[in-house]
Structure formats: structure tokens, C-alpha cells
Design a protein around this ligand. Structure first.
Ligand code: GLP
Length: 245
């Protein structure tokens, strides 16, 4: 694991965008695995800015998002579909049919997950996967549980995740209780992984993911077994690690 410590959210975002931009420039037909949440928002802002300056071309890029809430419409502002459109897809020249997100409107979870996994296989997997990390160490929506779930699956969100994500909804009741997510095996199949972490509330999860035992109770800890992982984390997210070392 390569860990890059930066000062704050802004520096994390700029460096992350630089890694993604370098991939887009050097491999214009690559497959990017994308993430949602407040963590990658800043990186997407920089990508849009550099695209507007004529520095980036997304026309050949394919994207595979990590996850989506189940039972949420695409028009819902809290859907990850809406998030990606708002923050990136509507602002750069990416082709809509090359942007892929699990279908949160489809009730048949088995169908959604099987088809999404096949879709990822059909583009020969993800070249560079962007990840955030949940306060409980989740990646995508792979929640702490008794085993590493290999492939795309439907997950029941933990109370901790519902609590963390309720800030995006009008009330806690409106947070969907289930989601579709790439599995741990799907994520680990990516050639390269870029994990971002910002803020003190991520410090314990990051510490456990990097320094703790590899356990499905901390899903991000599996990344210790991937040989092409870069972590960009700000001082606050690194605080536990710096304290321990
Ligand atoms: C969400 C997403 C994850 C994200 C994480 C952290 O539930 N499913 O992909 O990394 O939680 O979110 P945030 O970046 O808003 O802290």
C-alpha cells in the first residue's frame, strides 16, 4: 500500500483528480470504477475544471459505479445515479451509454447483481477503482459482516451507515435500508485502487483498514492483499495512524 498524506480535503481532492486524470490521458479507453459520497466530490470538481480547460477528454472512457441504493428512482436527488450526473457525467463529454450504475429501481436484486457483474466482465474489469471508506470501514456498500462477499450483491445497510448517510436525506426514515453493491471480489479484481479518506471521523476506520487484521468486520482491510493500492488521506484521517506510529 502506498499512503500519501496531505494537509486537507482540498489537497486530497486535487491529488486524487490528478491520479484519475493521468489515467484518462494515458489510457483514453480505460474503465474507471467510480464512487459517490462527500469524499470524491472535490476530485470530480477538479476533473470538470480541467475538462473545461480542454485538458481532458472522456469520450472513450467507460465508468462502473460501485453501488446504488435499492428502491430509489433515478430522479431522486439522493440516488447515486443523480449524484454522478450532477457532479461529473453532465459536465464532461463522457458518453451516457458508457456510464454504468446498478439499477436501483429494479426490485429483483438477483437480476441486478448478476447483470452488473456480467457488465463489468464484458468490459474486462475495472482499470482504476476509486473508493471512499465508511466510518465502519465499509467500501462500496460492503458492510462489516461475517464474510467477504465476493460479487455484486444486495446488502442491508447497518444502523451506523444509515446514521452516517441520513445527512443527505430529509429524515432518517427516508434513507433506503438496502443497496446494491460491487462485492469485495469485484473491487479486488480492479487493476489499481485509489482510496480517499478525509476527516477525523474516518481515522479509526482507516487505521483498522491499514494496520489492523484482515477481517470482514472491517471490509476495507482486504485492501492489504491488493498490490496496487494508493491511499490519499488528509491529516485528520491519518491522525490515529500518526498517533500509533
Ligand atoms: C457511502 C458509500 C461509499 C462511501 C461511504 C463514505 O455509504 N456507499 O461508497 O465511500 O459511504 O461516504 P462519505 O464519502 O460521504 O463519507
Amino acid at each position: 500500500m502506498k499512503i500519501i498524506q496531505v494537509k486537507d480535503y482540498e489537497e486530497m481532492s486535487k491529488k486524487a483528480a490528478a491520479v484519475l486524470a493521468a489515467k484518462v490521458v494515458s489510457d483514453p479507453e480505460c474503465v474507471l470504477g467510480l464512487a459517490t459520497g462527500s469524499t470524491p466530490e472535490g476530485a470530480y470538481r477538479f476533473l470538470v475544471e480541467w475538462y473545461e480547460k480542454g485538458l481532458l477528454d472522456f469520450s472513450g472512457i467507460t465508468t462502473m459505479n460501485l453501488d446504488e441504493y435499492k428502491g430509489i428512482s433515478k430522479e431522486n436527488e439522493q440516488s447515486y445515479y443523480y449524484f454522478m450526473k450532477k457532479h461529473l457525467f453532465s459536465k464532461v463529454n463522457i458518453k451516457e451509454n458508457q456510464t454504468c450504475i446498478p439499477d436501483g429501481e429494479e426490485e429483483d436484486g438477483e437480476k441486478v447483481c448478476r447483470e452488473y457483474e456480467e457488465l463489468i466482465q464484458s468490459v474486462h474489469g475495472v482499470d482504476l477503482q476509486l473508493l471512499g471508506i465508511g466510518r465502519n470501514g465499509h467500501i462500496g456498500f460492503n458492510e462489516p459482516c461475517g464474510e467477504f462477499m465476493k460479487r455484486c450483491h444486495c446488502v442491508t445497510l447497518t444502523e451506523s451507515t444509515i446514521e452516517a448517510n441520513k445527512r443527505f436525506f430529509e429524515s432518517e426514515d427516508q434513507v433506503p435500508r438496502q443497496a446494491y453493491t460491487m462485492g469485495i471480489g469485484t473491487i479486488m479484481s480492479a487493476d489499481r485502487i485509489l482510496l480517499l479518506a478525509s476527516g477525523e471521523e474516518k481515522a479509526e476506520a482507516l487505521y483498522q483498514a491499514v494496520c489492523g487484521p484482515i477481517t470482514p468486520n472491517v471490509p476495507a482491510s482486504i485492501l492489504q492483499l491488493h498490490d496496487q493500492v494508493t491511499i490519499i488521506a488528509d491529516e485528520a484521517a491519518m491522525s490515529k495512524m500518526n498517533y500509533q506510529s
